[in-house]
Design a protein around this ligand. Structure first.
Ligand code: C5P
Length: 230
């Protein structure tokens, strides 16, 4: 008999669209699990660097994707989980711009994507899952109960990323950030495997002129309409 799969909300979109913040807020409000799938691609990129694996070595990258020892530790529900790679805390390290760029490169490799699939499915547990990424609604959880695709103009996304980095005390240059975002979007949208596109049944929200709270309220209204929240 088929076991009932836990209810799932997917939030996909380009870098800096606010999906990570929204996903965390919704997961906390519902008391559901959270999957930050981008962190997994960032972890493969960092593990490759630590082990001296070149980004062209698809076979070794797949082995890393499947076998790297990763933990997401929820220590404070107000904060993103602590990320541990092979015993080291790398929560901040994986957010560096160059790790993001390498993540986008490894994410274009089909065997890396396949290597991470089971890990992502394992996050789907009761009472429910909020999953954020690029292909959550199209490839990883195509049967999700609610799918959101969050966009925003590249200028607005660069501004948000700039502010985020500043708040964390990390240095950044706005023009460089915007150029890097554009390049990453281009890579993510044009790759042959799991490109960044809205699922056919996704609700598309352009958050350029919206606050996080407005996006959150709209998403929760959809969740209520779907019977996912009382
Ligand atoms: O969301 P984040 O910026 O952390 O993702 C880093 C990179 O990982 C993205 O640029 C994208 O190439 C890749 N990614 C992906 N599929 C996902 C999540 C992230 O290809 N579901």
């Amino acid at each position: 008999m088929n076991k009932r799969l836990a209810p799932t909300i997917t939030i996909d979109g380009p870098s800096g669209s606010g999906k990570g913040t929204i996903a965390q807020k919704v997961a906390k409000a519902l008391g559901w699990h959270l999957l930050d799938s981008g962190a997994l691609y960032r972890l493969v990129a960092l593990a490759a660097r630590n082990h001296g694996v070149p980004l062209e070595n698809e076979e070794s990258l797949q082995i890393l994707a499947q076998n790297m020892d990763v933990q997401f530790l929820v220590e404070d529900p107000e904060q993103p989980p602590r990320v541990v790679l092979e015993g080291d805390t790398v929560t901040r390290d994986i957010r560096a711009e160059d790790v993001g760029r390498d993540a986008s490169a490894v994410a274009a490799l089909p065997s890396v994507r396949a290597g991470l699939l089971q890990r992502q499915h394992d996050f789907r547990q009761e009472p429910g899952l909020v999953a954020d990424g690029r292909d959550m609604g199209t490839v990883v959880f195509p049967d999700a109960q609610l799918k959101l695709f969050l966009t925003a103009s590249v200028e607005e996304r660069a501004q948000r990323r700039f502010k985020q980095l500043q708040d964390k005390g990390m240095s950044a240059n706005l023009a460089d950030l915007q150029a890097a975002l554009q390049l990453r979007d281009e890579q993510d949208m044009t790759r042959p495997v799991a490109p960044l596109v809205p699922a056919e049944d996704a609700i598309v929200i352009d958050s350029t002129d919206m606050t996080i709270d407005e996006v959150y309220t709209e998403l929760m209204n959809h969740a209520r309409n779907q019977g996912l929240v009382s």
